[in-house]
Each structure stands twice: as structure tokens, then as C-alpha cells.
Ligand binder design. Structure first.
Ligand SMILES: N[C@@H](CCC(=O)N[C@@H](CS)C(=O)NCC(=O)O)C(=O)O
Length: 219
């Protein structure tokens, strides 16, 4: 978006923890990070703020509503993003073969064995329990309503995506890959935000993964 030259480096999940800490410091285990010369910047919000300094246009924090965009970006990071970790891992527990959809492949039986072990480790790593998942699902409609309200208020959803569009759209785009969640998001302004900033994303857990009664009805 900023027209800056960059090199993308993908890390192997699992092995990324040590590599990230080596580059960005103790406890900084998550992607993304960026190095700009000798400077290491860790975390999506810090990165976007730094990119804005390097190249102000197009603005990620437009002067007209910069504070509202910052607050929406914070909300997306601190209050929405956890669902993007837990709900896909949660759904995959019930449909482990669907993990192949991340890479656009069909897993053979040994691949499904690998997926089962990987997903189990993911539950442990993210502290997922069935109760937490059920509560996340119950709270999702309220969060989607909040996204729609941000669109209605003109904070996100404008022609030129801002930092909050990117932060919120990223999580929603992941959630759209969970078939059970599509009815809660599809056809709503929130879906448009997600698909506009991230049109292509390969991930598909067929609907019917979560136990009956866990997913709230779409309103
Ligand atoms: N709030 C942070 C969170 C980053 C984050 O959770 N990244 C995930 C991407 S899938 C990750 O690295 N997960 C693996 C891990 O938690 O070690 C940000 O937006 O930079």
C-alpha cells in the first residue's frame, strides 16, 4: 500500500518462536516483525505506526479520524484477534483433515495424524478449552455488530483501507474460513471489510464442525 520495497520471509510455525526471539528479543515470539536496516520492529501495530513515519501516504491513520482509527485498531488487536487464534484451532479439532486447506492440499491419513497432533499442541499453546470456545462463540455476534458499527460510523470500510481495516479485516478473514461462522458474518459490512483487504485466503473448515448448539443463530 505504501509502495515501499520489502522482502517477505515466511517462518515455519513452531520453529518461529526461537527465530523470532533471536531477532526481536525475549518474549517476542509472534509474527509479524519487520527489520528496517538495523532496526527491529515487532508486532502489527508497531509496524504500521513505523511505516506511517517512513511513508505518510496513503495514510494508515488519516488525520480526520486518527484517534478513532487507533482505538479501532487497538480493539481489533486486543479484543478481536484472540478469536482468530482460538476459533480456527477450535473448529479444526473436530475436523482435523481440514488443516490441509491452509496449503490447498488434501491430507493423506498420515497427514491427518500429523494434523491431530499439531492441533492438540495448538490448543495447549493457546490455552483453549471447550468452555472458552463455547464462550467465544456466544460473544461473536456482539463483536461482528461492533465491526458493522465501525463501518456505519465511517471509522473503517472507506475506499482507502486504514490501519484498523487491516487489523480487523485480517482476523475476520481468518474467521470466514470456518464454515460454521460464515452465517454470522456473510452479507454484512464486516464481510466486505475482510474480503476487500484480504481477497484471497486459503482456509476452509466445513460447516458442522462445532458441537450442536454452540454456534449462535445469525440474526
Ligand atoms: N497482536 C499481535 C499478535 C500476533 C500474533 O498472534 N501472531 C500469530 C500469527 S498466526 C502468531 O505468531 N502465532 C504464533 C504464536 O503465538 O507463537 C500482532 O498483531 O502483531
Amino acid at each position: 500500500m505504501k509502495g515501499l520495497a520489502y522482502e517477505r520471509v515466511d517462518l515455519m510455525p513452531g520453529a518461529h518462536i526461537k527465530e523470532m526471539e533471536g531477532m526481536y528479543g525475549e518474549g517476542k515470539t509472534t509474527v509479524p516483525g519487520v527489520t528496517i536496516g538495523d532496526e527491529a520492529v515487532h508486532g502489527s501495530r508497531a509496524i504500521l505506526a513505523r511505516l506511517e513515519e517512513l511513508e505518510p501516504e496513503p495514510a494508515l491513520f488519516p488525520a480526520a479520524n486518527a484517534d478513532a482509527v487507533r482505538e479501532a485498531e487497538r480493539w481489533g488487536d486486543e479484543e478481536l484477534q484472540d478469536l482468530g487464534r482460538r476459533l480456527p484451532f477450535g473448529a479444526l479439532h473436530f475436523r482435523p483433515e481440514a488443516m490441509g486447506s491452509f496449503g490447498g492440499v488434501t491430507l493423506d491419513p498420515p497427514g491427518v495424524d500429523f494434523a491431530i497432533g499439531y492441533i492438540r499442541a495448538g490448543w495447549k499453546y493457546h490455552g483453549i478449552t471447550a468452555q472458552i470456545l463455547a464462550d467465544d462463540l456466544k460473544g461473536l455476534p456482539e463483536k461482528v455488530d461492533h465491526v458493522d458499527a465501525l463501518v456505519a460510523d465511517g471509522v473503517i470500510g472507506a475506499e482507502q483501507p486504514n490501519a484498523a481495516d487491516l487489523q480487523i479485516g485480517a482476523t475476520l478473514r481468518v474467521l470466514l474460513g470456518v464454515g460454521d461462522l460464515q452465517p454470522l458474518i456473510a452479507g454484512r459490512p464486516a464481510e466486505k471489510v475482510a474480503r476487500r483487504v484480504f481477497p484471497d485466503y486459503s482456509f476452509d473448515v466445513p460447516a458442522g464442525a462445532f458441537p450442536v448448539g454452540w454456534v449462535p443463530a445469525a440474526t
